[in-house]
Design a protein around this ligand. Structure first.
Ligand code: FES
Length: 107
């Protein structure tokens, strides 16, 4: 497991994705209040970057074809995506956000 520093919680905008290169893994990080969630940044339908999607009500909408994903579980909620995306553990310590990448995924 590799823990990667994302930044300060106050610098993450509410309900706006942040694109993070975490140990070579592309991750989309989302803040909702004091909670932070991280999912794989690549849409399971094609190659779109989920951190650039619109966020509302705990969902992110893929900017390419509009599939929605649950930012807490990675589950695909609407077509055309049918497969979930990976989720990653996040931790907020003293106002600093970290994301953990399993050893099998870091490069
Ligand atoms: S690339 Fe995301 S829905 Fe098609």
């Amino acid at each position: 497991m590799t823990e990667v520093l994302v930044g300060s919680l106050v610098d993450l905008r509410e309900d706006v994705g942040t694109c993070v290169d975490a140990a070579g893994v592309a991750v989309a990080v989302f803040r909702s209040g004091h909670d932070v969630f991280a999912i794989a940044n690549r849409c399971s339908h094609a190659e779109a970057s989920l951190c650039e999607g619109e966020v509302f009500d705990g969902e992110v909408e893929c900017p390419l074809h509009g599939a929605a994903f649950d930012i807490t579980t990675g589950k695909a909620l609407t077509l055309p995506a049918t497969q979930p995306v990976a989720t990653y553990r996040t931790d907020v310590r003293d106002g600093t956000v970290f994301v953990s990448i399993p050893d099998s995924e870091d490069s």
